[in-house]
Design a binder for this molecule. Structure first.
Ligand SMILES: NC(=O)c1ccc[n+]([C@@H]2O[C@H](COP(=O)([O-])OP(=O)(O)OC[C@H]3O[C@@H](n4cnc5c(N)ncnc54)[C@H](OP(=O)(O)O)[C@@H]3O)[C@@H](O)[C@H]2O)c1
Length: 269
């Protein structure tokens, strides 16, 4: 089979965690890949994914910068390929008190990658899919988008944005033939919490879901035409769809601070 006959997918944040596992799902199904992260680990990940017998290209881009997001779009264009699927997955967390804790520049970086890069990539990539009348777009959100998260205030808000954005755009393009799927993982065993400075929180220290299972849930939903997937299974779905719809924002925030407050990890109390 020639390369151009194979399907082609973009995965951002593909060098670790959920994105790496999503990339493996695509590769396992014979998708050629364009994988994105800031750079470290890209070549090793590329080699590993090529072991699935697919062609993998890399794009080193810092998605906190709009000009670097454009580099990703350019890499898609330069590939000369039809983009059959995209998993806009790269994102970061940030733990700490909003007052006298977190730095505004870090919060702006989080908004840039979690919100702005997702909007920019969707804006650039979705129209061609809609015009063709086919394509698959997965957005990695979080169960955190269904509740306020004290001590992760900007993270929770960024994922609430993604949820609202997803449902609005999905509605606008319904009937176009393009599949949009929202992945809302629960706490997953990746570098995420450590990088966010949350090792001393209960949510950072607790046992978490396997990123391979989470990615598989999202991938299967995308491929089978489901709008949402709750990576991590029924407990995550229950929290998002039942608990977080029944309780007030005040109640949810109070419940969540028990696991997200600095020092809430059992060993550090
Ligand atoms: N882990 C969880 O519990 C959890 C739960 C719900 C939702 N999520 C969401 O799942 C997604 C993936 O998170 P993860 O848990 O897999 O995290 P992770 O293990 O830290 O992986 C993050 C990936 O994104 C890349 N990345 C980070 N900053 C970047 C930047 N500025 N520009 C480009 N790429 C960047 C990383 O590579 P480099 O650092 O090398 O660039 C890495 O490939 C995120 O959107 C996150 O919000 C995670």
């Amino acid at each position: 089979m020639t390369t151009s006959n194979r399907t082609f997918a973009l995965v951002t944040g593909a060098t670790n965690g959920i994105g790496l596992e999503l990339a493996k799902c695509f590769a396992n199904d014979g998708y050629d890949l364009l994988i994105v992260s800031r750079g470290s680990g890209l070549e090793e990940t590329c080699e590993m994914l090529e072991g699935y017998g697919v062609t993998v290209t890399t794009c080193a881009a810092d998605l906190t910068r709009s000009d670097e997001v454009d580099k990703v779009c350019q890499a898609v264009t330069d590939s000369g390929r039809t983009l059959d699927a995209a998993a806009l997955n790269a994102g970061i967390g940030l733990g700490g008190a909003f007052v006298d804790g977190t730095a505004l520049e870090d919060e702006f970086s989080l908004i840039q990658i979690n919100v702005m890069s997702t909007v920019q990539l969707t804006k650039r990539l979705l129209p061609a899919m809609v015009e063709r009348g086919e394509g698959k777009l997965l957005l990695t959100s979080s169960i955190s988008g269904t509740t306020p998260i004290p001590f992760e205030a900007i993270y929770g808000a960024s994922k609430a944005f993604i949820n609202s954005f997803f449902y609005a755009v999905r509605n606008e393009i319904q009937g176009s033939g393009v599949q949009m799927t929202l992945l809302l993982p629960g706490p997953t065993e990746t570098n995420f919490f450590h990088r966010a400075g949350q090792d001393e929180t209960e949510v950072g220290a607790m046992e978490k879901f396997d990123p391979a299972d989470v990615a598989r849930d999202g991938y299967v939903a995308l491929m089978s035409g489901h709008d949402t997937a709750y990576g991590g299974g029924h407990s995550v779905e229950y929290e998002a769809e039942v608990l977080n719809r029944m309780e007030s924002e005040l109640q949810k925030a109070q419940r969540h601070r028990l696991i997200s407050a600095p020092g809430s990890a059992k060993g550090s109390r």
